[in-house]
Design a protein around this ligand. Structure first.
Ligand SMILES: O=C(O)CCC(=O)C(=O)O
Length: 264
């Protein structure tokens, strides 16, 4: 599944780019076959007659507008128009990807020996209609953590050119922390102040390529205007000190990763 280059990839360069700019290209991480197998698995999970146990589904809105999403719905039957699937770790095939040997080495270097999973998400943009994801940060009150998470890896399972809705980032935006205590979507006034539309950078990707994305880096993705699906997986890792601080329900226990010898 992993590209052979990952065995020797120098992480120091990626780590310093990541620290300075809030993102870093890792290049090809999955082979074409590995990426295609995960894309096929994503298709099977969405097209199955029943939801996969433990996986959380969110369908695209009928209008293809973020504002029209029905957040409460979950599984709505077989469809290639799910917008995202969370808790991918519940699926053995995605679980093996999450705990691959390269991510073990990467996270050990950037987070330390004990690494936990906050979330693993499939981002699916169906051909011609898959919706845009607005500018946001991946942290804030809703995440409920006692310290800021920072390490995410985004991996393209299909080619993701600009027209298909590739990642776009605002370089350096991670340094100012959260735009609002709630986190999540960036308010328009903050976007205007940073002139985000003009200063952002598009990160087109080939199938199998990955990027590091700091949780506080402002990022978004566009609508898919191509005849092909655009699927990607983002994984948010935590270090061993991070705790869930919610009080109204039992605090979340995050699964620890990389306890077994890693598959390659
Ligand atoms: O790939 C996408 O469409 C969205 C990715 C994203 O926003 C995230 O990982 O937080």
């Amino acid at each position: 599944m992993l590209s052979p280059r990952t065995a020797h990839l120098d992480l120091a360069e990626a780590a310093s780019h990541f620290e300075e700019h809030g993102f870093a290209p890792l290049g090809r991480v999955l082979t074409d076959e590995g990426a295609a197998a995960l894309a096929a698995r994503a298709e099977a999970l969405m097209g199955a007659r029943a939801p996969h146990p433990g996986v959380f589904y969110q369908h695209d809105s009928p209008s293809g507008r973020y504002e029209d999403l029905d957040f409460g719905k979950g599984w709505v039957g077989p469809s290639d128009r799910y917008r995202k699937l969370e808790k991918l770790e519940a699926d053995p095939q995605f679980g093996r990807f999450i705990e691959n040997g390269f991510f073990a080495r990467l996270t050990r270097q950037l987070l330390g020996a004990d690494v936990f999973l906050y979330r693993a998400v499939l981002w699916n943009k169906a051909p011609r209609v898959g919706m845009a994801v607005p500018w946001h940060q991946d942290d804030g009150r809703f995440w409920g953590l006692d310290r800021a998470p920072f390490l995410q890896v985004w991996t393209a399972l299909d080619d993701a050119p600009i027209e298909a809705g590739c990642l776009q980032v605002l370089p350096g935006s991670h340094r100012a922390g959260l735009a609002t205590p709630e986190g999540g979507t960036i308010p328009q006034r903050a976007l205007d102040a940073e002139d985000a539309g003009r200063t952002s950078v598009a990160l087109p990707a080939r199938r199998g390529e990955s990027f590091l994305v700091h949780n506080h880096t402002w990022h978004r993705t566009g609508r898919n205007r191509t005849p092909s699906p655009r699927r990607a997986v983002s994984i948010s890792f935590l270090d061993g000190r991070t705790r869930c601080r919610r009080r109204r329900r039992a605090p979340r226990q995050f699964p620890q990763l990389f306890l077994d010898p890693a598959p390659s």
